[in-house]
Ligand binder design. Structure first.
Ligand SMILES: C[S@@+](CC[C@H](N)C(=O)[O-])C[C@H]1O[C@@H](n2cnc3c(N)ncnc32)[C@H](O)[C@@H]1O
Length: 374
């Protein structure tokens, strides 16, 4: 591959992002054309080789450069420490850092609604590619990026420096923001959060914008954009697009521990079966009703059980679908499936409004979603 090849691939990617509608404005087009994604992937990446297995692709491998310019998320770290150069063959663990899908990175940059002179705080530096775009658009002095993993941050710093960008890179838990550089005009997170931290609102100017993915342990997730008000509260909407990100590290679900005795508890006919959780919008609504519940499936007495467990509360619900017949068995101090069904019924009675019509309010007391009647 020659330098010309990477430039051509780079131009082609920018063209595809514009044609696909994620790249919408000239300043971001210039940034996308200027920042070479392959510089941020010199350590290689992992590609899926089986449903839970990953195979490394190093920078000298055939096809490495082409994949750097494909509209594809590329995993760069697994299980918190393992990078592509560490693995021969395959690895079966979960990804912990990546270069996000370029069309999503660019869509988020556009959705952030930045203006010249805006000071931006990014949470989740990752490879540094999105940080590079921000630096190109706004200038290094206006960009601060926080990454929880020191090695990931160090590698991003090297790649950014190689491209001529020198933003402030901070190692720490981005859920705490970065007080020293506050207040910011814009805050963007490229890891998911279960609760938008109030610190982010405190560190953003009134009128400033926060863009982050709200996620949860049932794997429902959506991108939210909020504006900070003069009253110290932030209000906004979900933007749609079925956006999901790896959750912020301190917000990973706790270990499940011992499984509950699924033959104990109380059984009843269920109004909704487990299939309701396969629909994107309904799953989001269910997750709001049981924010600490984790979902798993297992086979018991020849029947597939769809189980929700809230480790903190010590509550569980196990759903079985037998032809048309749906049952739920629940145990613990709260009835998880009752809560979920009640929420889903209310949402349906209101006409099942789409997630893009949901409103989100963040106050010092926490985060609150409402939906309008259709
Ligand atoms: C999807 S990657 C970021 C992609 C990046 N913006 C890019 O363009 O390459 C998410 C990153 O968030 C980081 N992260 C997770 N939890 C975090 C936290 N609490 N604070 C800061 N960074 C965090 C992960 O280590 C990971 O590198």
């Amino acid at each position: 591959m020659t330098v010309m090849d990477s430039a051509a691939l780079h131009r082609e990617l920018a063209g595809r992002l514009a044609a696909g509608g994620s790249l919408r404005t000239e300043p971001w087009r210039k940034a996308v054309e200027a920042v070479p994604r392959h510089e941020f992937l010199r350590g290689g990446f992992f590609v899926r080789s089986a449903p839970d297995a990953w195979r490394p692709v190093l920078a000298d491998a055939d096809g490495w450069l082409e994949r750097c310019y494909a509209d594809e998320s590329l995993v760069t770290q697994i299980a918190g420490t393992i990078v592509p150069g560490d693995v021969r063959g395959e690895i079966l663990r979960e990804p912990t850092s990546s270069s996000t899908l370029p069309s999503l990175v660019v869509r988020m940059m556009e959705d952030l609604q930045v203006e010249e002179g805006d000071r931006v705080l990014e949470i989740g530096t990752g490879t540094g590619y999105s940080t590079g775009l921000l630096c190109h658009r706004l200038g290094d002095d206006l960009v601060t990026s926080v990454e929880v993993d020191a090695e990931v941050s160090r590698r991003a710093g090297t790649a950014l420096g190689a491209c001529g960008y020198f933003p402030e890179l901070v190692v720490g838990d981005g859920l705490a923001g970065h007080k020293d550089g506050a207040p910011y005009d814009r805050l963007i997170a490229t890891c998911g959060v279960r609760q938008l931290p109030y610190t982010w609102i405190e560190q953003t100017k009134p009128g400033g914008v926060i863009l982050a993915t709200v996620c949860g342990w049932m794997h429902a997730s959506e991108l939210a954009r909020l504006t900070v008000g003069d009253d110290g509260e932030a209000r906004g909407r979900l933007l749609g697009g079925q956006v999901s990100f790896m959750p912020a590290r301190p917000q990973m679900p706790p270990p499940l521990g011992m499984l509950p005795d699924l033959e104990s508890g109380q059984e009843r006919v269920a109004r909704f079966g487990p299939e309701v959780l396969d629909a994107w919008d309904a799953r989001f609504v269910a997750q709001l009703a049981a924010p600490h519940a984790q979902r798993l499936s297992l086979t018991l007495a020849d029947k597939t059980q769809h189980v929700l467990i809230d480790v903190e509360a010590g509550a569980w619900a196990a759903l079985v679908l037998d032809g048309e017949h749906r049952t739920v068995r629940q145990g613990g101090p709260v009835q998880l499936w009752d809560q979920i069904e009640e929420h889903l019924l209310r949402w349906q009675a209101d006409g099942s409004p789409a997630l893009t019509r949901f409103e989100i309010l963040v106050t010092p007391e926490g985060q609150h979603f409402t939906w309008p009647k259709s």
